[in-house]
Design a protein around this ligand. Sequence first.
Ligand SMILES: [Zn+2]
Length: 270
Amino acid sequence: MAIEKAEGIVLRVRPQGETSKLVHLYSLQRGRLALIAKGARLPKSKFGGALDVCNRIAVVFYTKETRELNYLREAEILERFPRVQADIGRLAVAEQGFEILLQLAMAGEPNARLYQLVLDLLRGLNEAESGLRNIGRSFLLHFLESSGFRPNLDRCSVCGRSTVGDRATFEIDRGSYVCAECPPAGKVSFPALGRTVEWARWLQRVPPSKAGVPAPQIVGQELDRWLWLHLSYHVEGAEKLVTFRCAGRLALREGELPESGDRNGKEARD
Ligand SMILES: [Zn+2]
């Protein structure tokens, strides 16, 4: 029996048997890590509120060599994100990020940069007053970069200039875009507003915690549509991401409708 220590973020908690919980962490030391917390469902459990989703906790756990299961012995809260945990809108964006980690991050493979990125996501969601969805989109773009699937939006893939123009085309298969001046060259592509490309560039550059600026609604829809197409084209297993699939498909459907009128003189923000 080996005893180990780690710190991690609680991504998901499920009941395990009558009295225990199965806790999924994204840990600094081991990447994705599943732990059985015996007795955690009992009213006077020693774990108290430490296993709440989003908490950053320090854990002591042990592994039984005969079975590939890890058992939680101690858990201590290092950091909480009370506004994320209490607000369904903030929590939904956090859980979208957690779903990426649960489905696409490798179990047992530590990635310190990705760990910091998750913390940045939670700190941003806890502090932001608006633009929550852009915080989530920025997290996804940074995740893509850390996984080697970064879309190249620095310059037009045909003429090589960094200007975009009013209209542009996202080239899904090439993971790039073509500016208003050039003919689309990719096999899988969709037209978008030039400013959607500029928003996507900005979301790649800033950390998630600084991305809390609401995009115009039409831009938000195009971003969701593009992100979903890029993700499902390039990343194996992306079809398992239920929340992204919903957001992307919804945006695809809405994107087919004509742009709604600007009746108040103010553009709707997402
Ligand atoms: Zn061009």
